[in-house]
Design a protein around this ligand. Sequence first.
Ligand code: XUL
Length: 522
Amino acid sequence: MSVLGLGIDASTQSLTLLVLDASSAEIVARSSVRFDDDLPGWGTLGGQLPNQDERIGEAPPLLWIEALDLALRKLSANVDLSLVRAVAVAGQQHGSVYLNGSAERTLGTLTPTLPASQQLRSALARPVAPLWTDSRTSVECGEIRGHLGGATSAAKLTGSDLYERFTGPQIRWFAKNEPEAWTDTSHVALVSSFLTGVLAGRLAPLDWGDAAGTNLMNVRRGAWSSTAIEATVADLERRLPDLEPPAHCAGSLSPYFCERFGLPAGCRVGIGVGDNPAAALGAGLREPGQALLSLGTSDTVSVLGRDLPAVEHGHLFVAPSGHDLALLCFRNGSLAREAVRDRFGLDWAGFDETVLGTPPGCEGHHLLPWFEPEIVPRTVGQGAVHSPGFPTEDAGTYCRALLEGQAMAIERHLSPLGRLTELRAVGGGSQSRALLQVVADVLDCPVQPHSTPDGAGLGAALQALRFVLSRDAWEELADSATAVTAPRINPRQAEVYVALKEASRRLASEALASRSAIAEAS
Ligand code: XUL
């Protein structure tokens, strides 16, 4: 009889369910609910409530519960849900849900005859959840950072400098601006632990990986940091979830889901994880030195390792495997590639051809691809920075120097994390052979294209099945479910880049020094 695992990817715009068959290692069913289109009554745009203040990014948490009901209903038409032995959630990171004192009881007594979204309304202390897209908390970040002794010591303690979207600054904003609702709050869940709690019928613990996105956890100890908590809001600790390692089982499935959708009693509920750590698992990252390169609108790199240092401008999370997971997000990803492609009137095939027809290293010309203000490193100004004498009208040099500049920025910022053994590439940019070859050469590391459009969902399904399979059986399943067939791209020109990387490093420090001087003067 098949053993099925259900992975739930609760992302910003949609909620997707994947069913993974443990014996065939295949995804046997999928259903997805797009919030704007499938549940228009909530009035979301891109999964968020429209707001005139563009710093605000919020969504109603009950929308996700209604989406879960709908997605399970759709899924039950395609697969026998009674064979699902375990379920786990991958949640968009940082978002927070504020529950009142009645939540524990309500979660434990959901009646299957009414939608859970209706029954949970009275359990919310705040009708909206601020999301990772929210940036209203710059003042709070400054206040907490000040208490923690600056960016470097905050990052050493919590895994990241203070960021607007992180949960701690968001909680501080809420406690300051909506004190009555804050007083009514008895539990702050994250997206992953909120949905896990609904599935398990109790307030669920939070895994170390997602907790590392709060600026509240001592990332070395896997425990809430009293220093960070005091710097954020007094009397916060009693409202925070218990912390558990990612290998923790959160319980068994609430009778609500068994009776409503035919899921079996005793189905295990794995602890929820953040979507980035889940995507790393879904792409097959399980050994230190492996990294995931997600080439999308922005380029994100996640590196698995042991005792990784806090990275400047980046974040230290915890992977489902228990390893450290460093994450860096470069804003000028395909945004910059598209700008340059359009500037020379090329399509993607032409862009690749132009790059591959230009000698590696561009005869020493190079650029810093800061077309939009960058996140890594945080740049204050705008526009690309060219090395002296850069031939800006030459398409071949420009297109290749862009990819080399992007790859050199990745190499520069990853270098404190030690040597990479393998990069797995996903996202639109992983279709570009030229880009992957440049990355392999500059980082001197093999690059493996990996076609997992549902990486976080697959990671969640694997996270679920670790609670029903033996360790060996689970490892075998994880290998097969994340195996790749595309040819690996090996470095060919690594030596060309040794001197160029040094030159690019110098250009970046000069540009950053002069830009911060400009910012201070203005
Ligand atoms: C990571 C982050 C985003 C969200 C997206 O720090 O903010 O990647 O996790 O869902």
